[in-house]
Design a protein around this ligand. Structure first.
Ligand code: ADP
Length: 579
């Protein structure tokens, strides 16, 4: 039945050679039996009736009986076992080959006994001959550069407790001096008396070198990128940040938080106005949709609350990420604060220049008018005086000449004040207000109306201000001389009152009169250079302009209250200059 025959007779009638794979196989077997008298556990490839084969385990011996030669024995079908052994051998061979190809070795260590078993590939990886296991353990531990024996043991125990493999990589020096990067995966086996561990090792030198090269290449470019004072970012098609350079965001935590977020998330987190994000998104869309470079100037607010200007550029770019080509935007920006502040300075200077130019025009006009008029009248009066023989008439001519010269003198003084306010640096010192008012009154005592006025002066005790003397004097002089000049002769009593007091480091100064007052329609214009609201009283039209500029320089303010026919009041605030 084992041979697939229907009956014993059928098999006996079959030629025995048929039962073997070949005639030579049968001959060889018979030669062995004849010479040795028996075979034990011979593995024979037998042929069945249908031509297929099976493996038989043959035990037999030669027996002589009644002068006849017999062979008696047993055949066991071991095809299944045989197939398994073959498969096992095959897979072991494959494993060895795979390990060789993968540069993967396996090993087992019992550190207490300092013994090490390893596969041929494992020995090769460590630079040893497969046979030389002597001292291998100590050598192995010594040759690992990045990890000590204690660290390995700790790691093994820690991971064993979690029922996990312990993995580590280290540079290793082979006995012939070659450096290799070896990667181990191992597991601890603990018994009561001792422990050992086993695992695999892989030679990852090539990979490691590539990785290190990649890291150093990346660091190289990163370094370049970080060294140029340009902020660089990559933005994905969904407007989220894909890459951010250190120059763009210095704060490491914020930078990594921002990856995958959008400008809207960013301004919300930093409490910045939403407009900034909206403007950025608009530019991003424009660049994406139009496939073009977009550039704009952005006003940002720094963490300490200052305005900061940036020139931003967005450029579409296709980048390969893995296998996919994706569209991104490169954003690069730099700070243009220096350029911006230069621009602002220039604009300010331009405005100033324009104002100066206008003033100059008016000066030219005024000089031809106001400066020439008194001179012309002095010359005319002089010609009359030459012909004059009457003493009384002469006196009046001289008085008229004097008046014209006074006007000229006032005009020149005003021009000098104008220049002093414009050119002189502010040099603050402690100024006694009472002393300054007195000085001013002495200077103005020669003015025509002076004697008709009753002055009320109310200055707080020790009232002083830490400010610039030249300008405070210009201010007082102009206010008082106007109050004197523009008195209302129709009034019974002409009154000018001056009040000064200090509140919270600010000098409050009031000069009020019951003079002719200023028409409401002129009250805004009287501050303009050369503006005069009245023509029958001589003046340059410079006084209030210079006064206002001086107050500006002293960082003060002035208010006006006036009613035509009733009087005028000027109310000033002049702060102490910061030391
Ligand atoms: P000026 O006095 O040389 O004309 P100002 O610039 O000092 O030039 O004054 C401008 C104008 O403001 C004057 O022409 C005058 O009409 C008006 N004004 C200034 N101060 C007074 C005042 N205290 N009372 C009435 N009018 C005044």
């Amino acid at each position: 039945k084992m041979f697939g025959y229907d009956s014993k007779d059928e098999m006996i009638s079959t030629h025995p050679v048929h039962l073997y794979e070949s005639k030579s196989d049968r001959d060889a077997l018979f030669m062995r039996i004849m010479s040795q008298g028996k075979v034990l556990n011979a593995l024979i490839h037998y042929r069945k009736k249908d031509g297929s084969f099976f493996w038989g385990n043959l035990n037999c011996q030669r027996v002589m009986e009644n002068g006849e030669d017999y062979l008696i024995g047993t055949i066991v079908d071991v095809t299944l076992q045989q197939e398994q052994t073959r498969l096992l051998e095959e897979s072991e061979k494959q494993l060895r080959e795979a390990q060789r190809l993968a540069k993967l070795g396996n090993w087992r260590v019992a550190p207490n006994e300092k013994t090490m078993e390893w596969s041929a590939e494992c020995a090769r990886i460590h630079g040893f001959l497969p046979s030389s296991t002597e001292n291998a353990f100590d050598q192995w531990v010594d040759r690992l550069e990045d990890i000590s024996f204690e660290e390995i043991l700790d790691g093994l125990k820690k991971f064993a407790a979690m029922n996990r493999d312990f993995e580590f990589g280290s540079w290793y020096k082979t006995p012939n001096g070659e450096r290799r990067y070896l990667y181990y995966i191992c597991r601890l086996e603990e018994s009561k008396s001792a422990y050992s561990w086993y695992g695999t090792v892989q030679d990852n030198t090539v990979l490691k070198n590539q990785e290190e090269e990649l890291i150093s290449t990346r660091e190289f470019y990163q370094n370049i990128l970080d060294s140029i004072p340009v902020e660089a970012l990559l933005i994905a098609a969904d407007k989220s940040f894909y890459y951010i350079s250190k120059n763009a965001i210095g704060d490491d935590e914020l930078r990594s938080w921002m990856i995958g977020k959008t400008n809207i998330d960013y301004v919300k987190r930093r409490n910045l106005p939403l407009d900034i994000a909206e403007q950025r998104n608009e530019m991003i869309e424009r660049a994406f949709n139009g496939n073009l470079t977009v550039r704009w100037e952005e006003k940002m607010i720094t963490r300490d609350g200052r305005d900061s200007y940036h020139l931003r550029n967005v450029i579409p770019i296709d980048l390969k990420i893995g296998d996919e080509e994706k569209r991104f935007l490169i954003v690069y920006s730099f700070d243009i604060n220096d350029i911006k502040s230069a621009q602002f300075r220039l604009e300010r200077k331009n405005d100033e220049l324009e104002k100066l130019n206008k003033e100059l025009d008016r000066f030219v006009y005024s000089i031809s008018h106001d400066l020439r008029a008194p001179i012309a009248s002095v010359l005319g009066l002089n010609a009359l005086a030459e012909e004059c023989e009457d003493n009384e008439e002469m006196e009046s001519l001289l008085a008229m000449q004097r008046e014209a010269l006074d006007r000229l003198d006032r005009y020149i003084r005003d021009v000098i004040d104008y220049a002093r306010n414009k050119r002189l640096d502010i040099t603050p010192k402690h100024l006694s207000i009472a002393a300054l008012i007195e000085e001013c009154m002495t200077d103005l005592a020669y003015l025509n109306n002076y004697s008709e006025i009753e002055f009320f002066i109310d200055v707080e005790d020790d009232c002083s201000v830490f400010s610039d003397q030249v300008r405070v004097k210009i201010i007082l002089n102009n206010l008082l001389s106007n109050a004197i000049k523009y008195i209302d002769h129709s009034k019974e009593k002409c009154i000018v009152s001056i009040k000064a007091k200090k509140i919270d480091g600010i000098l409050h100064l009031e000069v009020t009169d019951n003079g002719i007052g200023i028409k409401e329609e002129f009250q805004d214009q009287i501050w303009e250079i050369f503006f005069r609201a009245i023509s029958d009283v001589p003046g340059s039209g410079l006084g209030l302009y210079i006064l206002k500029e001086s107050i500006k320089n002293l960082k003060g303010s002035i208010d006006l209250e006036s009613e035509e026919g009733k009087g005028t009041g000027f109310f000033l605030k002049i702060p102490d200059f910061e030391a």
